[in-house]
Write a protein that binds this ligand. Structure first.
Ligand code: FUL
Length: 417
């Protein structure tokens, strides 16, 4: 039973809702998404790397955490690890004395945002990868460095890509996390506390279940990983602002409507959104991306600027009355569920006082944003289905918008090299 009840750390992570991913490394300098571990370390040479600019950009859109690719599949380490020479220490950047992880960690501390790290299990450079036991020692040593030297971590991102058929020492990896970073969320592998939403388009779909008995593994296999028991594992929707996860010269940021479409289908469905912003070869988030993000966050802020908070009355049998105190006009309604006892709401309907059905939908979760043609009402009746379901809040907004934009295009499933 306990495994289906969230920990306070999981609830805090869900409240954070928005994170920013940074994919950075040798790939950036070669127009690659996946490289095979043979690109020369010398080619890592950003002229103007400014981790504060990355982190300020994340803060500017309201992100509460960032996740940095400390090591992607190519094995190149963004910190001067003792485990391999394939790292920033072998590059000309900062005379070989640089540490991208440390610079991002310092910027996060300065700007009051949490830090997470991605350490790819699949390593295409490490010779030991062919020998699972030897690689376990290598990987654990890398993880120990990352978990010891950069302060508190909010998330450890274990990417399943490339790892089909490889056994890792997850029991030892989990023990190390418990020892050094007990508060960190663990993404998808080992002993996960959060899960992948199952696509790289940033899209959840109703119902968004927090309790699952399997998780999807990666974009590159149809297999899913069975869990030994049903677990409370809220989903994270990862998607890049551009087509690529890494920066490419001819790539471009998604349009405003596309970002808004993602927002409603991730955060608006009670899933976390991890939006990837790829820094370029200078070591900066490009101006056009920063400008698009400014448009995006200004529009989100505008839509949710004037909350109309309802008082809630539980009428029994899952029936709640939301009362705004006076007639109000709105086209957005945000519901929140009490999750401390687990996810309870499996379905919900919303009616106006005159009995008109406004919404007929599934889960509520940490937040559920509904969008509809403008209505004027003082009270709404909300019927919840599920085991002792409880609403925490109902808040209306008059955004002047009644339509959630369509998704224009989806990420390709091939690797765009
Ligand atoms: C995938 C990886 O293969 C991509 O390169 C990227 O890191 C994405 C977030 O996860 O599985």
């Amino acid at each position: 039973m306990h495994s289906v009840i969230p920990t306070p750390a999981q609830l805090a992570w869900q409240r954070d809702a928005l994170g920013v991913f940074f994919h950075y490394g040798l790939n950036t300098f070669h127009g690659k998404e996946w490289s095979d571990g043979t690109l020369p370390a010398e080619s890592f040479n950003p002229g103007a790397l400014d981790a504060e600019q990355w982190v300020r950009t994340a803060v500017s859109i309201g992100a509460k955490y960032v996740v940095l690719t400390a090591k992607h599949h190519d094995g190149f380490c963004l910190w001067p690890t003792a485990t391999t020479a394939y790292s920033v220490a072998s590059s000309p950047w900062r005379g070989g004395n640089g540490d991208v992880v440390a610079e991002v960690a310092a910027a996060c501390r300065k700007h009051g945002i949490k830090l997470g790290l991605y350490l790819s299990p699949w390593d295409r450079n490490a010779p030991s990868y062919q020998d699972a036991h030897a690689y376990d020692e290598f990987y654990l040593a890398q993880l120990r460095e990352l978990c010891s030297n950069y302060g508190e971590l909010t998330e450890l991102w274990f990417d399943g890509a490339g790892s089909q058929g490889h056994e890792y020492a997850w029991d030892r990896i989990s023990a190390l996390i418990d020892e050094l970073q007990p508060g960190a969320m663990v993404f998808n592998m080992g002993a996960p506390t959060i899960r992948w939403v199952g696509n790289e388009d940033g899209l959840a779909a109703d119902p968004v279940r927090y309790v699952v008995s399997e998780t999807e593994f990666s974009n590159y296999t149809v297999h899913s990983a069975a869990l030994s028991e049903a677990l409370y594992l809220p989903p994270e929707c990862d998607v890049s602002i551009r087509r690529g996860w890494f920066w490419h010269p001819n790539d471009a940021p998604k349009e405003l409507d596309h970002l808004l479409a993602i927002y409603y289908r991730s955060i608006g469905l009670g899933a976390n959104l991890l939006l990837n912003l790829p820094p370029d070869t200078h070591g900066l988030i490009p101006d056009e991306d920063v400008a698009r993000l400014a448009e995006f966050s200004a529009e989100v802020r505008r839509r949710f600027a004037a909350p109309l908070v309802a008082s809630l009355d539980a009428g029994g049998a899952g029936r709640w009355v939301a009362d705004f105190g006076a007639p109000v006009t709105f086209d957005h309604l945000r519901l929140e569920e009490v999750l401390t006892g687990g996810q309870r709401v499996s379905g919900h309907k919303i009616y106006t006082e005159s009995g008109e059905t406004l919404v007929d939908a599934g889960t509520v979760g940490s937040q559920r944003i509904h969008v509809f043609a403008s209505v004027t009402a003082q009270k709404l009746v909300i019927e919840l289905t599920g085991e002792a379901p409880r609403l925490a809040a109902a808040t209306a907004f008059n955004a002047g918008v009644s339509i959630v934009p369509e998704i224009k295009y989806l990420a390709p499933t091939d690797v765009p090299d």
